[in-house]
Design a protein. Sequence first.
Length: 199
Amino acid sequence: MNVTRKKGYYDVIAGLSAFECSQEVTFSREDLQELVKEEEELAKQNGKPEEDVRRKRTTVHGYLGGKVDLNEASNASYDLSHTLLGGYVPKRQLESLSSIDFAHYFHKSLECEDALQIYEVFVGNGYGQIPPQLNSRIVTTRENTSPGTPASGSDNNDKETIPPKMVRKVIVCRRCKSRFVGPRRKQELEKHECRLTRG
């Protein structure tokens, strides 16, 4: 994990979620402590985290009741990394963005070098991924030996991994034992007429 020492916890999570693969990687406690270490040291040096430093917000819209300084609005830098929705911007938020905001957001969504680097380190190399053996069964098979000769331990054993079985969701009628499969199986069970109805 020494490749990403410059990256913090939130940078790594944002990079993984940019490619929608954050659920494929697990971090150990030591990895998490290493990711958070630089941010904690920076916070100790400054006395308080950078996020706590409040600046005056730049007025962008005149209809909101403030005077717009065009020079200040065009040179303002916006932090759009707090969006939790990834590439999706809700309609209300999109309508409230000025053209400068939108340009900054669009530029930010096109920058993917950091995300590609993080993807290559964690997902491309298989670091921290859940091993496939947890989801599958291991079957040991032995070659047939004569009853007089004992098996010589692991020499004759072959281990095979069998992928997990797909579970098929089925509803069975108690009366007629009809099977219903698919996303509308409950509705089909309620609507179906039993052949063995009590009369």
